[in-house]
Write a protein that binds this ligand. Structure first.
Ligand code: ADP
Length: 335
């Protein structure tokens, strides 16, 4: 799942790949998770066995794929990438698992979207490195056990609540990634700017960080837009705060980093539903988006910055949300 307005352009994805840190030491922020992962990898190395299975949850763009790559890289094991939506039958998973080489790291993105039948096969595979393959149909059907090479599963999900407990329980380590602090995003931007050959004064880095929605992927993306702006309008490669503002305004990122979809959701909540409470499904229909996108991409950030609240009766707007939209609560009731 990508965040709204995410580039799908191949060259953008290639740059995103090039900016990925390859070691835990280079990975910015998430101190606790990093320390825990380091211990897990060190223990596995000392005991010469594959690291335990790892489940990473959190909104898109916070570094789940990057951490999976780091796990493979630091433990010097090959990495196989797959995703929940690509595993629609147990057979898809059987083919994938039986082709793994010993010790390989298997990354399954959006693991909550895998087919149920595959989930059940995965339980046994994770626990005993074994699967049962069904052959034939009806009364003549038999199951043939198949031993697998030991592997490390790294699962990523934006919605850990959607994973069945038996699956969640089989991960030796689970971590939830949090949105990044602006100072951490400044470090991400500093590193990426150096790699892209862009010179940014600290004030410009701070401005990009402030508008990055707590998300490294967005920070890198905004940095590339600033770089584009510099190439076209700037002379040389130095960006000041005014130039950063001009570049980001062009891309519909507001002063606190909300994008068009964030603002559409807030606007619907405040003006159309008079501040709520309103159900997630209704809100999603009002802005023409999938409920899952609203729930896993938009809502966590709006809740985190105190613009949206969740009540048993639905989502509500806070006074801060009204203030940001320049709306008065009384006005909206009269709409
Ligand atoms: P996810 O899998 O959670 O959607 P990714 O791992 O694909 O996120 O990260 C998106 C981009 O953000 C990558 O290009 C990566 O370089 C960058 N990134 C993510 N987390 C960090 C971090 N902690 N430090 C530096 N860069 C990061």
């Amino acid at each position: 799942l990508r965040d709204a307005g995410e580039p799908v352009d191949e060259s953008e994805l290639a740059i995103e790949g090039a900016l990925r840190p390859t070691s835990l030491a280079e990975f910015v922020g998430q101190h606790k998770v990093r320390g825990q992962l380091q211990l897990l990898l060190d223990a596995a190395r000392i005991q010469q066995r594959p690291p335990d299975h790892i489940l990473l949850s959190g909104p898109p763009g916070l570094g789940k794929t990057t951490l999976a790559m780091i796990v493979a890289h630091e433990s010097e094991r090959p990495l196989r990438l797959s995703s929940g939506p690509a595993i629609q039958h147990a057979g898809d998973l059987a083919a994938l698992l039986s082709s793994l080489t010993p010790g390989e790291v298997l990354f399954i993105d959006e693991i909550h979207r895998m087919a149920r039948s595959a989930e059940e096969m995965l339980y046994l595979a994770m626990e005993d490195f074994r699967i049962d393959i069904m052959v034939g149909k009806g009364a003549g059907a038999t199951s043939i056990p198949l031993d697998l090479a030991p592997f490390t599963l790294v699962g990523a999900t934006t919605r850990s609540g959607l994973l069945p407990n038996p699956l969640r329980d089989r991960f030796g380590f689970t971590a939830h990634l949090e949105y990044y602090e602006p100072e951490e995003l400044e470090q991400v931007i500093e590193r990426s700017a150096a790699m892209l050959g862009v010179t940014l004064p600290p004030s410009a880095r701070a401005e990009i960080a402030r508008r990055s929605r707590g998300t490294p992927r967005i920070a890198n993306r905004l940095l590339r837009r600033v770089r584009d702006y510099l190439v076209v309008y700037g002379d040389g490669m130095e960006a000041d705060t005014a130039l950063v503002d001009a570049a980001l305004d062009l891309y519909d990122v507001d002063a606190i980093g909300l994008d068009r979809l964030d603002r559409a959701v807030l606007d619907a909540l405040v003006r159309r539903f008079r501040g709520g409470p309103v159900g997630l499904g209704t809100l999603a229909v009002a802005v023409g988006e999938e409920a899952e996108t609203i729930e896993s991409v938009v809502e966590p950030y709006l809740v985190r910055i105190g613009f949206m609240g969740r009540t048993p009766r639905g989502r509500v707007a806070t006074p801060e949300a009204y203030a940001h939209l320049g709306a008065r609560p009384a006005e909206s009731v009269l709409d």
